[in-house]
Design a protein around this ligand. Structure first.
Ligand SMILES: [Cu+2]
Length: 137
């Protein structure tokens, strides 16, 4: 009995998330990529944009399209422990612990609006490590 409920639940979750997961697996689909590096400036902990129109921008707004694949690379450039989280899209990256290491998150924004990305390790969000993902039509 419990097994049947568990299987139904797994099937339900799988089917529910398929529209979100499938586009990410399609290599022909257009993709928006951003790179952020981590920075320590005095007491502040920051994300800094790398390349393109966000190059050098502190905690840049990341503009993306709804339903298009988004890839964010986080590069550790200050040697402190960091990650990137986008709770509105159920994204929590691996931690990058050493300078020069990086991690990548890939997801499909399934709703429009402005959403926060941040690092919550060691109080970093309070120290400034927070930016916005802007999802438009
Ligand atoms: Cu951090």
């Amino acid at each position: 009995m419990h097994t049947r409920i568990a299987i139904s639940l797994i099937a339900f979750v799988f089917i529910s998330f398929m529209p979100v997961a499938l586009p990410a697996l399609d290599p022909g689909r257009s993709k928006t990529s951003y790179t952020l590096k981590t920075a320590t400036q005095g007491d502040r902990r920051l994300f800094i944009g790398v390349g393109g129109h966000i190059d050098g921008v502190i905690n840049p707004n990341l503009s993306v399209k709804e339903w298009e694949v988004v890839e964010i690379t986080l590069l550790n450039d200050d040697g402190l422990n960091h990650h990137i989280a986008l709770p509105d899209f159920f994204i929590m990256s691996k931690e990058v612990m050493e300078k020069g290491t990086k991690t990548v998150v890939t997801f499909v924004p399934f709703k429009q609006g402005g959403f926060i990305y941040y690092c919550i390790l060691d109080n970093h969000r309070e120290l400034g490590m927070e930016g916005r993902l802007i999802v438009s039509k």
